[in-house]
Design a binder for this molecule. Structure first.
Ligand code: ZN
Length: 249
């Protein structure tokens, strides 16, 4: 059994098949060794680690603050209880109660902040994953071919869109397809497949639906840079486009 130590929070995992850190949810698996040979990807990985550590520190500090605040609240409640039992004339109960209600509302707000922070942390992890994919794609899209599923929009989805129906495009596995689906962590991304031939026909039919095409005109050459992959969501054997991507021509 391999003992794995999370590089972000230090949590140790005994199982070798743990994908995410059980404590801070950092993605523990990394790119395949041949992808890590690219210095750009290695830099991205280092950045991902640094940002995740930063977010984790903020999160831990907030959690400590929340604990302190909870302790303070229960202490104040005890004092208030004791004061009302003793009926001490020196203590003004109504002002203490006012103060206490103010503190309680602050405390109620803290868990929300924690949730937001956790979301930031998760977004950060998934975003930098997407960025790693972008670098790899722009350096050499063929390097991703082994982990890609070739897909095409379903005929039904295509026809519905032609009829002007406002539906989210649906894609399915199809070896003749012009697009790839690549899984990174928990997310699935859509990119044009390597050596896609973009012409006016398929531009109007699909690409402009899946990607915001910056600087495209009908004379544009086939070369583009992937700015942002599109995001898809798997439903059964098909994928639904949930967020369009961006290409720069
Ligand atoms: Zn961790």
């Amino acid at each position: 059994m391999v003992q794995l130590k999370c590089p972000v929070c230090g949590q140790e995992h005994i199982e070798s098949k743990v994908e995410f850190c059980l404590n801070c949810s950092y993605l523990l698996t990394t790119y395949s060794p041949n992808l890590l040979e690219y210095p750009e990807i290695q830099q991205r990985e280092n950045k991902r680690l640094l940002l995740a550590r930063e977010a984790w520190n903020k999160y831990s500090n907030l959690q400590k603050q929340l604990e302190t605040a909870n302790e303070e609240e229960s202490l104040l409640k005890q004092q208030l209880q004791a004061a009302s039992e003793d009926n001490q004339p020196s203590l003004n109960n109504s002002s203490v109660e006012q103060y206490l209600s103010k503190i309680s509302s602050n405390i109620q707000y803290l868990p929300n902040m924690l949730t937001i922070l956790q979301q930031i942390h998760e977004n950060l992890v998934s975003q930098s994953l997407g960025n790693g994919l972008v670098s790899a794609y722009n350096i050499n899209p063929h390097s991703l071919s082994e982990q890609a599923i070739t897909v095409y929009e379903t005929e039904y989805s295509f026809k519905q869109r032609l009829l002007g129906k406002k539906i989210q495009p649906i894609l399915e596995s199809d070896s003749r397809g012009n697009y790839w689906i690549i899984t990174e962590g928990n997310d699935e991304y859509l990119v044009p497949k390597a050596n896609i031939k973009i012409n006016e026909h398929n531009y109007l039919a699909t690409i402009s639906t899946f990607f915001n095409c910056l600087g495209y005109n009908s004379n544009s050459s086939n070369t583009f840079t992937l700015v942002k992959p599109a995001k898809v969501y798997k439903i059964g054997e098909q994928w639904e486009l949930i967020k369009i991507g961006e290409l720069q021509f």
